[in-house]
Every structure is written in structure tokens, then in C-alpha cells.
Ligand binder design. Sequence first.
Ligand code: ATP
Ligand code: MG
Ligand code: MG
Ligand code: MG
Length: 477
Amino acid sequence: MESAEIARRFLRFFEERGHTIVPSASLVAEDPTLLLVNAGMVPFKPYFLGQRKPPANRLTTAQKCVRTPDIDEVGKTTRHATFFQMLGNFSFGDYFKDGAIPFAWELLTRSEADGGFAFPEERLWVTVFEDDDDAVALWHGKVGVPMERIQRRGLADNYWHMGVPGPGGPCSEIYYDRGPEYGREGGPIADENRYLEVWNLVFMQAQLAEVRSKVDFDVQGELPAKNIDTGMGLERMAAILQGVDNIYEIDTTYKILDRAADLTRTRYGRDQRADVSLRVVADHVRTGTMLVADGVMPGNEGRGYVLRRILRRSIRNLRLLGSGDERYMHELTAVAIDVMGRQYPELVADAPQIHGVIDAEEASFLGTLRTGTAIFDVAVEETKRKGGQVLAGTQAFQLHDTYGFPIDLTLEMAAEQGLKVDEEGFRRLMREQRERAKADAAAKKTGNADISVLGQILERAGRVDFLGYDQTVAESE
Ligand code: ATP
Ligand code: MG
Ligand code: MG
Ligand code: MG
């Protein structure tokens, strides 16, 4: 079953059950607390918070999502992409657990001819929040899941909230058993690789007063209107339904991977490191394409930096695969536009603009890499010759300051060489440089009125630049 068909089926199923289909919102979140949309419910936050009235009590979406915290997992686990689509059904004060649980089960197990996904019941496991007896009663009593395949989990896994005072509630997750070749038996508690999480059902029922951490908060009381928020991973469903090992091998990603293998004359499935690189390239090219299509431009801060990091990681992994100075991003982006264009036809119309942005970033980064890598190699050799295991902060600083190497790139490249980096030293040098720049600007200010204006502008520009790096460094830690 093609990805586009999985989305269609999901939306149709819920539309037939009284839900209004809402098109995916842009990846660029309206929500000021988020850089990018990372879950299906994000565009609906104002409805859940009671700040705005939803267009209907039942909605359903296939929402584009980006999760940068998952970036280091990409290519290594079978299930984490940086871009993915979350299929969801939402109820605002309408049905609650007793509606959401049977809906989910019906869609997953119903025959393909009847619009379902035809999962064999014995492959499905569910988790519930530890004291959520209602959910257990529904899964077991109403739906018929045997007690052995219902597992209870604590706050860290099965309780949802937004990290701030507001709505929260227990959740219940559905897992697909991929079989003994994928790991240990014993349900999701034992092995989340064998038991693949496909769907999360959130039962928003509590009003949280204070939230100190994921697992430490005060419940003020029950919400006046109880809500449902669910998220099913389209790419994970596709991996199962297309019978492939991981989400990088599904229809909308494998073609990019395959093209990258062709271009770099690499055979997928032969060498583990090369396989990870191919998966990273496929995943990141797809994510980069979707971000640019939603208007994100590469930059040194915020979402621009997320995009830049993703594009640069694709290019670097192509180089690890032996691309040398060849420029392959154009062709790979073209494949991404083609495969994703089935669900997002606007990509095809916007292709020239998307290519323009990605090609330009590639050209500039290849230049940076050429000079920087030579310097980096010397630094690594020197460190190793002296028997050291840590690249000096001064070297990381020089790479950043003179050759435009972002610190996370230095960290990654050093790790590949089995070296650490003196990050503390790097950060100290960054701080010192910032203070010098400030002092210079202050000195200029006292000298001459005209220069003082110029100084302020320079200072501001300089500070923006530095803040950008510092912030993103902090974020990626
Ligand atoms: P995991 O535990 O596997 O990291 P999660 O619990 O973080 O997943 P949720 O926040 O519950 O995921 O998101 C709802 C659904 O979205 C998941 O059940 C999964 O199917 C899908 N999903 C989440 N993160 C990713 C990702 N990085 N790539 C692909 N699909 C994802
Ligand atoms: Mg996760
Ligand atoms: Mg999970
Ligand atoms: Mg989950």
C-alpha cells in the first residue's frame, strides 16, 4: 500500500465517522513556543486550550511534522525520521476513550477491502497509563484484546502534557509485533524495536496547575470538556504495510536512497556505515525539501539553522559515501519532489524555487568543507600523533571562526575519528571573542558620533550571529 493511500484511507475512515478533514498546516508553526510543528495536535492547540472554537467537534488530519531531537537516531533505529506525517483524529468535547479506542482498533484490523489496514489482531499490543482502568476495560472488555497484550506503564511513557499548566492526560499506545527476527518477546516494555509503536491515543482529561517536569506536576482537577488527540505515524505504517525493514525503505524515501546509492556507486545492504549514511541522506533530503517548500530558508538561527544543519548533514554523508566535490543535491531533491509530489502537488509547481535554495546551500557548504576539512585533518593527525583523545578548544574555535565550521560539525567529524572535542574551551574562546567585540564597539562609540552609529550596527549584527550559534549549540545538546 502506497503512502498516499495510507493517508487517504485514514482520513476517509474518520470522515465516514463524522470527522471534518482539515489540510495539513505548514511546518512553520504559528505557535511562538515552537520552531516547527512536531505533532498533529500543534495547529489545534488553541482549540484544546479553549482560546478558539474548532470548526467542528471532530477533526481529522495528516499533519507534516519535523522532529530535530530525533536527528541522531536517523538511520540507526528503524523508526525515526526527521520529517514524518502524523495521521490524527481529534475530538473536542465530543467522544472520549470509549470512542477513540474502538475506532483505532476497527481501522487497524478491518479488511483492506473494507477500507482498513488488515493487521492480524494477534500482532497488536497496547500500553495504558498505570492506573487507567477505564482504558483497560475498553481494550479488554469492549475490543477484546487479551490481558497479556495490555501493558501498564508509568508517567514517563504514558502521560501526556504540554510542559506547562494546561491540559494533560493519560495516553494509550498501539504497537505492532514485527516478529522474533526483530528482537525479544515480552511486548513493548521489553523491546521497542521488535514492537513498533504506530499510534498514540491521548485522553485529555485533566487540568494541570503546575508542571515541574515530564513526571512531576500537580493536577488541579478534571477538564470541563474531555478531548481526544491521536497520532499515527504514516511512515511506520508504510514500513509494515510495504513489508520493509525500516522507514527509510518505504516508497517515499527509498527512491531517494536508491538514487544516492547509484550516484555514489554504493551498494545498499553491504556495509553498515554506508547504509546509515544512505538512510541519513534519504531522510534529510526529504526533510530539507519539505522545509524549503514551506518557506524556510537556510540561516544561522532558529528554523533556518535546523534546515541548514539538515542540508549540511546530507551533503556530508554524501561525501562520506565518496561523492567528493560532485554536486548531487539537485538530482536527489528532484527525486524527493517527485515522490512527495503525490501527496503535496504544490512541490512540483515550486520545484525551481526549492532547487534554487538547496543548490545554493550546497555550493556554499562544499566550499566551506573543502578548506575546513583540510585544516580539520591536520588537527586530528596532530592530536593523534601526540597520543591525545581530545581535539583542543582552540582548534575547534579556529575551524569555526576562520573556516565557518559549525561546532556540531566538528563534534560529529571528531566522533567519527574516535576523538572528543574540548567544548568547554571552545565556548570560552567564543565568549572571549564576543567580549572583545563588545569592548571594540564601546571604544568606537566614545570616539566619534558617526562611527558610534556604525559601531552599534556592527555590534548588533555581530551579536545576532553569535547568539545564533550559541543558542543552536545549546539546543542541540
Ligand atoms: P518513539 O517512542 O518511537 O520515539 P514517540 O512516543 O516519541 O515515538 P509520539 O510522540 O507518541 O511518538 O508520536 C505519535 C506517533 O508518531 C508515534 O506513535 C509514531 O508512530 C510517530 N512518530 C513519532 N516520532 C517519529 C519519528 N521520529 N519518525 C517517524 N514517526 C514518528
Ligand atoms: Mg520519540
Ligand atoms: Mg514512544
Ligand atoms: Mg508515543
